[in-house]
Design a protein around this ligand. Structure first.
Ligand code: C5P
Length: 293
């Protein structure tokens, strides 16, 4: 038994958020894409269900107990028909944690896909999707790593419009922000967005066309996140000042922001300049779209 896969970073190209319902959750509408960069999850034969975490952001994880990889694996094994060989995971944590990149959900999705390959009988996609959806609002969206339009709490998925491959730069100022805290600050401000899907074409032909359209959309959590972590405002201002950034916006509840660029060369030069200016920031050039092999 062995396998290894990318757990791609998730980016919300836009994120419209409405007033909370009685359960405290917020209705939303978001166009999500995935990066060709992320964590890596591997599966090995083992005599206990464990996850070993390594990599540059390993120490930011709270502890094995609440690791989503383990929760996902336990939930999938509970659906197994018949005994299964126990499995050991390695999680190479390359993405910052609590960063608006869906890292935990994407790790869980990767673990589910890997584990399913080694189960007998093999569970079907719907069973995998129901486990993923039970792990959090963006669990289902992060299972397959393909572009989607997410609605409801984030679990109601429909296909995204056609997108060109997007050259991008991700930037995180090195602050973790708690998603519930950002939503609480958003509620306190009391300005709620419209969550009807904005009119969009069937396909965007170029990044310029997409960036122009995205400028008519928003990340409604941006102001609340900037109020909690002003460094996010520095990232957005820095990216917006650079000529290569066609658009700069925060992803999810932050603190990671992205810029879309016209070409790989422009994205590379933007990434290099930001790294030189702000050596403490996490900067990652990548392509957005998905799914990535
Ligand atoms: O579902 P998940 O654990 O990813 O959500 C984390 C937190 O984000 C929730 O506890 C809730 O505070 C907030 N949230 C929300 N509305 C959503 C998604 C998440 O209020 N649609």
């Amino acid at each position: 038994m062995a396998g290894d896969t990318l757990a791609p970073a998730k980016i919300n190209l836009f994120l419209h958020v409405g007033a909370p319902g009685v359960d405290g959750y917020h209705p939303l509408c978001s166009l999500m894409v995935f990066a060709d960069a992320g964590d890596r999850v591997s599966l090995h034969e083992g005599d206990a269900l464990v996850v070993k975490v390594r990599g540059p952001f390993a120490d930011q994880l709270a502890g094995e107990g609440d690791n989503l990889v383990l929760r996902a694996a336990r939930a999938l094994l509970a659906k197994a028909r018949g005994p299964q060989a126990l499995s050991a995971f390695t999680l190479d944590k390359r993405l910052p944690v609590a960063a608006g990149l869906g890292g935990g959900s994407s790790d869980a999705g990767a673990a589910l896909r890997l584990l399913r390959e080694h189960m007998t009988p093999r569970l079907d996609d719907a069973e995998l999707e129901s486990v993923a959806a039970g792990l959090g609002a963006d669990g289902a969206a992060c299972l397959w790593g393909r572009p989607v339009l997410a609605q409801g709490r984030g679990e109601r998925l429909s296909p995204a419009p056609g997108l060109p491959v997007l050259e991008a730069v991700l930037v995180n100022p090195g602050v973790s922000v708690s998603t519930p805290a950002v939503y609480a600050a958003f509620d306190a401000a009391g300005i709620f967005g419209d969550v009807e899907p904005p009119p969009m074409p069937e396909a965007f032909e170029s990044v310029e066309e997409l960036a122009g359209w995205l400028a008519t959309t928003r990340n409604d959590l941006e102001a609340a996140a900037v109020a909690l972590a002003p460094a996010i405002g520095d990232v957005l201002a820095t990216l917006s000042d650079e000529p290569e950034a066609l658009i700069a916006r925060m992803s999810g509840s932050g603190a990671t922001c992205f810029a879309l660029c016209q070409s790989e060369v422009e994205a590379e030069s933007l990434a290099e300049r930001i790294m030189a200016m702000k050596p403490d920031w996490w900067v990652q050039r990548c392509r957005l779209g998905g799914p990535w092999g």
